[in-house]
Design a protein around this ligand. Structure first.
Ligand code: DGT
Ligand code: CA
Ligand code: CA
Ligand code: ZN
Length: 583
């Protein structure tokens, strides 16, 4: 069996953990960790890149890592990894996933007690064998048992759509307390990652104790993992971990920047600071001597705002969604940061369902709901008849629907337009669900995959290509078909899809539903680079789902998308001209 991008990413991530247990220098560890991350999110097949000899064009992949990738692709194995596995038991990588067990503890348990798996660690902890090890005690032994139980409960990363509202609710509760000057969600939520490891909250206040007390006793809290004067951690009933830090207003900017991350972005900031004779940590910039040692009596630089942090290292402020060390530092240095799209730029929603198929509201109610949310125009796009479970429209019903849409459009007045579209299935055999002469009568056509998503690459790719190449199809809905967190994307040849979309001028969707976020950011970025138009749509089946638009905008921003590339950020006339020009 040949290795996929995901397999290779996993191997590099394991290597990073094993090197860390070995006590390797952090730069080498991070090189593997970063390579793993980059490969995991790579929008192209490694094999294709290897064949083109283009592996070293990937961010973070130099000659050494490229050679290792080639070895893995060609032989399915990596001699370096096997040597490492002979030295460091691979099960220790799992042990390190337990809360409170880092590389040092993993190594300690292994060297002293021969523990190489979570099961062995649990048995040792329950037999009270850990408490006598150096740096351990009965309390930390109990913590490890709790950590193992928590790990078993945790189903992995939490979707952004779950984590963000939870984080907002807690933040609102805490910022309403007396003495609170600032409050923010930091970490991966602020950067808009589609899945979240844990929630990071920051509060600026001079009186931390009452805030901490309220935090650890919130009704959402299942278990207190730590309760300190300025830092506490809790686990919520839904399994989500939340870290809270309280700090002074004077250090707000430094802390917010540090805890927003990403870690890779922070490392770049620290390097820039060092070039200016400053050491940067979560608290402040501190002057260092030529040897890099902090000069104790020199005054530290505190930053109350993120702008000051960036200015201190000679950069303009960088939007959090870009902070992944994927070119944003260089763009900032060159004065070339993109003017990212905002929710206020969104004029329309081009994908929504009504009671004509599987939505909960009438056409008129959806139009009213969209207008109430500041949209200027919408397209009604119910399902086509292949989606029988979603009550998809026969040709006859589709054409009947048009009469009602025209009526509602007229009733809504000239400042709000309602157009007639459809979300047409791309059938499992690759044909489209309506003939061209029917499609020609619609204002806008979305084509989507809903069925047979596990077909082999060439088959399922061809289905999407058939839709892209049809001149009546304007947009491919949720192109990759993932469902977060349980369903993997379809195995599509994204190179072929991008090439065809570019050739035919067909737009691609960023579906804003947080269970989809499809296209994901790295693909959106590539589409923009190729000049392929995007649309950010809610795919709403109810009025409330129209409020999910911001998740799509966040994803677009992570993809360096500006309003110019987004169909539904255009005024209605420009949108209509674009559609007509395609017919
Ligand atoms: P997550 O929670 O896995 O979804 O991702 P993050 O980015 O929220 O990561 P988390 O919660 O471990 O840490 C929050 C931020 O704090 C992270 O983005 C950067 C910063 N940070 C945490 N640990 C380190 C570290 O060891 N070095 C550096 N430079 N930054 C760190
Ligand atoms: Ca986090
Ligand atoms: Ca955290
Ligand atoms: Zn839909």
């Amino acid at each position: 069996m040949s290795l996929t991008n995901r397999d290779i990413a996993q191997i590099f991530e394991n290597i990073a953990d094993m090197l860390q247990i070995k006590g390797e220098v952090i730069h080498r560890v991070l090189a593997y960790r970063r390579a793993g991350e980059v490969i995991r999110e790579l929008p192209r097949d490694l094999r294709a890149l290897a064949e083109e000899g283009a592996l070293t064009t990937i961010d973070g992949i130099g000659d050494t890592l490229a050679a290792k990738i080639v070895e893995l692709l060609e032989t399915g194995k990596l001699a370096f990894y096997e040597r490492l596995a002979a030295e460091i038991p691979p099960g220790l990588v799992e042990v390190m996933r337990i809360d409170g067990v880092g590389p040092k503890k993993a190594k300690l348990f292994w060297e002293r007690l021969g523990i190489t798996t979570i099961a062995e660690l649990e048995a040792a902890a329950r037999a009270s064998k850990l408490r006598d090890l150096p740096g351990m005690g009965a309390k930390s032994e109990q913590k490890i048992i709790e950590g193992i139980e928590a790990l078993a409960r945790r189903t992995g990363r939490v979707p952004l759509g779950t984590a963000l509202p939870t984080a907002q609710a807690i933040l609102e509760r805490l910022t309403a307390m007396p003495g609170v000057v600032e409050g923010a969600i930091a970490g991966s939520i602020r950067r808009g990652r589609p899945t979240i490891g844990d929630v990071d909250l920051l509060i600026a206040s001079e009186d931390a104790a009452p805030i901490m007390q309220t935090f650890v006793t919130l009704e959402q809290v299942a278990r207190v993992l730590g309760h300190g004067p300025t830092k506490s951690s809790v686990e919520l009933h839904n399994g989500l971990q939340v870290d809270l830090r309280v700090l002074s207003e004077a250090r707000w900017g430094t802390a917010l920047s540090y805890f927003t991350g990403s870690q890779a972005h922070n490392i770049r900031l620290r390097e820039l600071a060092l070039k200016r004779g400053l050491s940067l940590n979560e608290h402040a910039f501190s002057p260092v001597d030529a040897a890099g040692t902090i000069i104790e009596d020199a005054p530290k630089i505190l930053c109350a705002t993120e702008e000051e942090v960036y200015a201190t290292v000679g950069l303009p402020w960088i939007p959090p969604e870009l902070r992944e060390d994927s070119g944003e530092i260089e763009a900032a240095q060159a004065g070339a940061l993109p003017a990212l799209i905002t929710l206020a730029d969104i004029q329309a929603d081009l994908h929504m369902h009504t009671t004509w198929s599987d939505g909960t509201l009438s056409i008129r109610d959806m139009a009213e709901a969209a207008r109430a949310r500041g949209r200027r125009y919408i397209v009604i796009t119910d399902h086509s008849h292949y989606s029988t479970i979603a009550n998809g429209l026969s040709v006859e019903r589709l054409l009947q629907q048009q009469e009602e849409i025209r009526r509602v459009d007229a009733d809504m007045g000239p400042d709000f337009r309602v157009f007639h579209g459809v979300e047409m299935d791309i059938r499992s055999d690759g044909t489209l669900d309506y003939p061209d002469e029917v499609l020609a009568q619609l204002d806008f056509v979305i084509a989507s995959l809903h069925f047979s998503l596990r077909q082999e690459r060439s088959v399922i790719t061809q289905r999407v290509l058939n839709a892209i190449c049809n001149p009546h199809v304007d947009l491919i809905g949720h192109p990759r078909g993932q469902y977060i967190p349980d369903r993997e994307p379809a195995d599509l040849d994204m190179d072929a899809i991008f090439a065809a979309a570019r050739e035919h001028g067909t737009a691609l969707e960023i579906n804003a539903n947080p269970r989809r976020l499809d296209l994901e950011a790295q693909y959106a970025r590539r589409a923009v680079h190729l000049g392929i138009p995007l649309a950010i749509n809610t795919d709403a089946h109810s009025a409330e789902q129209m409020d999910l638009m911001h998740f799509g905008v966040l994803t677009a921003r992570r993809g360096w998308v500006t309003a110019a590339s987004v169909l539904n950020a255009w005024p209605v006339d420009r949108f209509l001209n674009w559609v007509r020009s395609r017919r």
